[in-house]
Design a binder for this molecule. Structure first.
Ligand SMILES: *Cc1c(COP(=O)(O)O)cnc(C)c1O
Length: 516
């Protein structure tokens, strides 16, 4: 098959240099090579023994590859060209907010005045850093309508766990023993996992025909054993929970706390605030909404903001403005303790503040408006091509279904997603949310232009059209043919994980386990 000119996505699937297999950095290693050289300065060399006491020295040298700077740069540049990334084109992976991240934020985070500070440096030397954290916390509280926040949690799921531990601390302070947390079936998958980790049992409530929480089921499920209700808003169908005020009233009447999963805050930024809707706890994903490149398991930040009554329980030490005028650290009165070593993933926090200041209140509101407009544009364009369950205006993302395509031609949502890779776009999230058959969860994000959103719509249109034609379904099932790696056996990849850099050893292990 020939490659098309790729509008909106990657410029082309240019042939890759060299053979398919890029050696690992360890395989490139050759003794005596190194990527650095230091000029002799005349400063006397101290013997290692004098510099590092014996008990702190390694017994064996650390195993690091020896490569020249030239080999090092070539290796990682080659690898980078095999990747699809937000810097290359649209990445509509639903719920993940893989938007383009402004380079300005990276420039700020790379400032030596920020990057080279040791977290143990005394406050007298880190006034600027602490002030940055205090200002970020203030900004996040204003954005969410909450009273106080912790910046420690390292990701969304860590924020959820923090929120649930705060919930537990609150109920204990009220001498109330509760065992369950209610989660709608349209919540993000991390929610039930976090609830379990925090030692609570999950009670699921179903969605109604509108895709929102079925308030009658909620009323039936709630009693004085429920510690909290966790809402993902917009929910995983991309829909705004319409009954929020009523849900808040029902939860509070039962003495439960209301939790807002705000990982996808780009949907409501500057338009409405969880605090104004009656929420007690909210977590944000700074690496999604506030512009930190993420996706490789890289650093993130999942701050948690709370209402006044929960603030004495926040993790600490917290960055604070001192009455004397400077900045310092303080432990909240009844703190649940630390959720991260030091002060969280500080450079992600610096990027977030840079993003907030650079956008200003107006800019942040435009982020939400563009995110919502793009998702709804796409929804209109895809009607008739794919099924649209719960077809009503969405927020930052939309969920379509390939159920009819499957029924007629036997192709799955995953086949559509793999074909989309050939069109030069990253695939959307597939098979999630679970309440939609053959789901394709598409988040165009606010950073894509109308032309790119249109190109994405055209690609999805072309794919649906092609599948309906003679041989089209087989073609979709064979995709992707233009990427370096074709279809992988995803189940096997998850079940037989071989974490090693040594390809030879991996192959040996592979053959021994597959024969056994
Ligand atoms: C991404 C996401 C999470 C989890 O965030 P991580 O940073 O990946 O732990 C939780 N809830 C929602 C709605 C999300 O989109």
């Amino acid at each position: 098959m020939t490659t098309r000119p790729l509008a909106g996505g990657r410029a082309s699937s240019a042939p890759l240099m060299g053979s398919d297999a890029e050696p690992t950095i360890f395989e490139l290693s050759a003794p005596s090579r190194s990527a650095w050289s230091l000029r002799r300065t005349g400063v006397p060399e101290y013997p290692l023994e004098e510099l590092v006491p014996p008990e702190h020295r390694r017994e064996k040298p650390v195993q690091l590859p020896d490569v020249s700077e030239r080999d090092l740069v070539a290796h990682f540049t080659r690898l980078s060209q095999r990747q699809y990334a937000v810097d290359l084109g649209a990445y509509p992976l639903g719920s993940c907010t893989m938007k383009y991240n402004p380079k300005l934020c990276d420039v700020i985070a790379a400032m030596p005045e920020l990057a080279n500070v040791h977290p143990a440096a005394p406050p007298a030397c880190t006034q600027g850093w602490i002030r940055l954290l205090v200002e970020l916390e203030t900004a996040l509280c204003e954005i969410t309508g909450m009273a106080a926040a912790t910046l420690q949690p390292a990701a969304g799921a860590a924020g959820e766990l923090t929120g649930l531990l705060l919930m537990r601390a609150w109920h204990e302070s009220q001498s109330s023993e509760r065992h369950r947390v209610i989660i709608p079936d349209s919540a993000h998958g991390t929610n039930p996992a976090s609830v379990t980790l925090a030692g609570y049992a999950v009670t699921t409530v179903s969605s109604d025909s509108n895709g929102c929480v079925d308030i009658r089921s909620l009323r039936e499920a709630i009693d004085d054993d429920v510690a909290g209700v966790m809402l993902t808003n917009p929910n995983t169908l991309g829909l705004f929970e319409e009954g929020i005020l009523e849900i808040a009233a029902v939860a509070h009447e039962a003495g439960a706390l209301l939790y807002y999963d705000g990982a996808n805050l780009n949907a409501i930024l500057g338009v409405t605030r969880p605090g104004d809707m009656g929420f007690d706890i909210v977590h944000l994903n700074l690496h999604k909404t506030f512009a930190t490149p993420h996706g490789g398991g890289g650093p993130g930040a999942g701050p948690v903001a709370v209402s006044e009554r929960l603030s004495p329980f926040l993790p600490g030490p917290r960055p604070v403005r001192l009455e004397t005028g400077g900045f310092g650290w303080a432990m909240p009165e009844r703190s649940i303790g630390r959720m991260h070593s030091w002060h969280g993933n500080a450079l992600v926090l610096a990027r977030a503040l840079a993003y907030i200041i650079a956008n200003g209140a107006d800019g942040l509101r435009k982020v939400a408006e563009a995110a919502v407009l793009n998702a709804n544009w796409l929804r209109e364009r895809l009607r008739g091509l794919y099924d649209i369950p719960y077809d009503r205006p969405v927020m930052h993302e939309l969920v379509v279904s390939a159920a009819t395509l499957r029924k007629r031609y036997g192709t799955k949502a995953a086949d559509v997603a793999k074909r989309l890779l050939e069109e030069g776009f990253h695939a959307p999230t597939v098979s999630f949310p679970l309440i939609v058959d053959e789901a394709l969860m598409i988040e165009p994000t606010e950073t894509e232009s109308p032309q790119t959103v249109e190109a994405l719509a055209e690609a999805l249109e072309r794919i649906a059209q092609e599948i309906s034609e003679e041989g089209g379904a087989d073609s979709a099932r064979a995709a992707p043919r233009t990427t370096l790696v074709g279809r992988v056996d995803e189940a096997l990849a998850a079940r037989r994980l071989i974490p090693t850099w040594d390809i030879g050893q991996a192959r040996d292990l592979e053959s021994s386990t597959s024969s056994g």
